[in-house]
Ligand binder design. Sequence first.
Ligand SMILES: [Zn+2]
Length: 404
Amino acid sequence: MLIGLRSVVALPLLLTLAGCSPSARLPSQLTRVPGVAGSAAPAFATETARHADNDGVGRTNQIPTKTPEEEAIRPDHLPPVTIPGVTNASAASRFTNDWISLETWSELNHVPSPRRLMSAPDLIYELRTLGGVIAITAGSHVARLDGISWWLGYPPRFAEGGLWVQALDAGKNLLPLATLPDFPTDTNRVVVIDAGHGGENTGARSVADNHLEKEFTLDWARRLRPLLETNGWKVVLTRTNDVDVSLADRVAVADEANADLFVSLHFNSGARQDQSGLETYCLTPAGMPSTLTRDYEDDVARVFPNNAFDGRNLQYAVRLHRALLEETGGGDRGVRRARFMVVLRGQNRPAVLLEGGYLSNRREAQSIAGPEYRQRLAEAVAKALRFRNEAEGRSFTNATNQAP
Ligand SMILES: [Zn+2]
């Protein structure tokens, strides 16, 4: 079950040019999507201002780090656009309606040209990238990386004989996945595992055995801790017993530990009892609508501290989501975006929230009630965070153990 706060103190828009180098203007490549018969121009936008981005995407491998949104320029003659949730004119002026064709994006990033999947009834294009095969479908928010679902901010559009994606999707979704590393090496190997809920904050109740989400998340965290430690991580838990830790304190725990990664563990609950499967969340990039908003405001103009890690967030989320699907055999509800989760958005490090199944679905609740399933959840997270070079992990563990 997801958690968030409706009323929060507005953070300043952390817009700086730090870390960004001037790039060539390519208005002909990043422009409004050509008209498509029968559909109006989209009334949404992308952020063109650059903000601090130390997510390390550019250090992962050979693919050029130039991102389309870095190059997105709003021509002066374009009229202001309407952006959901943005009423401030100066904030709105930071956004444009830029789109980029997959063909152009591929050329810019040295990826082979997109290939249409002729066997599918839908308009699906595949990109063969270093990070895996990315499949994009016209008109659909759901895209895939090697078969794993993830959500775009805007449905791609078919025009001029090809598929076009919104510029922010190109920079914040396509690029991190196209450059998905085997494993991030730029980590200090300190991870905070956050067992969701606790104390009076019980979370959802299982329809199978009446046990509470807070019990299952703590059990998951306890099973996970030794597995990660064996793999060379220093592990800090936000809670080790049945106490209610505030969302701000969970972020503070990670700051105190100087953690390089934050993983929050939850189980889902829905009004529909047939709803089931696994979901993985990370913070929505600024300028992009969230996959999930529920009753919370989704002001696309807001920039949170964790947005500095947009690329890494998605890369960790996909790794974790893939491992969860593989280990549990659960349904794939995709890597999704939300910006109301306080435990994610305040983080000064990559942060991911996992939903390990639906306690409101009888079949899945029965699985969750069994320790075997919860062990598989723990094994999945550990597998996703296993170092490529196990010797690195062992030497780190030894060094940690020898510390006074
Ligand atoms: Zn929850």
